[in-house]
Write a protein that binds this ligand. Sequence first.
Ligand code: COS
Length: 397
Amino acid sequence: MADKTFLDWPFFEPHHKALALKLDGWAHDALPPIVEGDAHDDVDATCRALVKALGRDGWLRYCVPAAFGGVHETLDVRSLCLIRETLGRHSGLADFAFAMQGLGSGAISMFGSEALKKKYLPAVASGEKIAAFALSEENAGSDAAAMTTSLTRKDDTYVVNGEKTWISNGGIADFYTLFAKTDDGGKKVSAVVVDAGLPGFEIVERIDVIAPHPLGRLQFKNCETPAANLVGEEGAGFKVALSTLDIFRSTVGAAALGFARRALDEATTRALSRKMFGATLSDLPIAQEKLAEMALDIDASALLIYRSAWTKDVQKKRVTREAAMAKLFATDQAQLVIDKAVQLFGGLGVTKGVKVEELYREVRALRIYEGASEVQKIVIARQVLDAFRAEQSGGKE
Ligand code: COS
């Protein structure tokens, strides 16, 4: 049973605690069956069923603002983090299905026109439409500004040309929030929503990964999307993408935290029951040291994640630095926590069908997607240097 004492931390309102406890019960009782295996059809069907169930029972309402079928007036990052943490403890795919509805529609919630919000957000909240976020390209992952996919205005449409890859929900999404260049060979990025199935839009590859998720490569050849689907102003797409990531990066940390909490639960249960050297594993100081380090990393991750979420929700501040720290620390530490759990399980820990083996595979991508750990370090260092320079120049004036 995962530690729930953190729900009494001052970062939370009473409704946050109620949300986490209710969702935990729901995930125990009402999570659709997770079909294990690598077959795309099984993974797709499982994800579709998860989105449907999450929508039916109201959990996806946390992904959009209240005026468009959501719960809170604006996205409440603490709720998003608690939901990802809780779902992550139960199922990596359930967390994935929830997370992508939020990330795929987040830019519309924050920067979209009223008409665009009306067109997409209620269907995201109900689970009728599956969302995706299309930023990365083969030669533009960490260096997002190096993208080459283009958007060219033609009458009342934008014409998209290029390729996007490693796109989560690629293949099952109903729409993609896509980032592309609006000035030929230049630096101006714009964001636009592209519906799946438009002429000139094709999923050209399904990508297999260590923990199966829907992931694909998208190709656009003179694909026309309505100009009214522009998200934010033309040329402001980089700000749209990075501000969206500022919100969702804390939630990636939260998912990792959920995985880590589950690993500690599994390891503790195992340590208390496994007999060895005339005692149980939990009696051995070397095992206790591991459990202590795991618990410490979990609490430190939780503090960084909910500090970031609280700062955004309550102080309404830009949280570029806080979110990068939360994602970097929580995902890197979760990897170490889960590795320790695998070690405590011994041979069983690398056996298919054992939960810690699944967690070991599930957590890996979190240190890469939405900005690799190395990118988070660049972001944090820039924030530290900028703040220092600003203070220095402020002091001189
Ligand atoms: N919020 C709002 N605006 C931001 C921002 C943020 N967090 N971070 C940067 N910007 C703005 C900057 O102010 C700048 O605007 P101006 O051109 O008006 O000055 C613009 O965006 C470009 O910023 P910057 O110069 O820092 O861009 P870089 O190309 O140097 O960006 C990093 C570098 C590494 C930070 C960026 O490319 C990045 O985050 N990469 C990772 C992308 C990612 O997460 N990919 C995963 C895809 S989702 S699975």
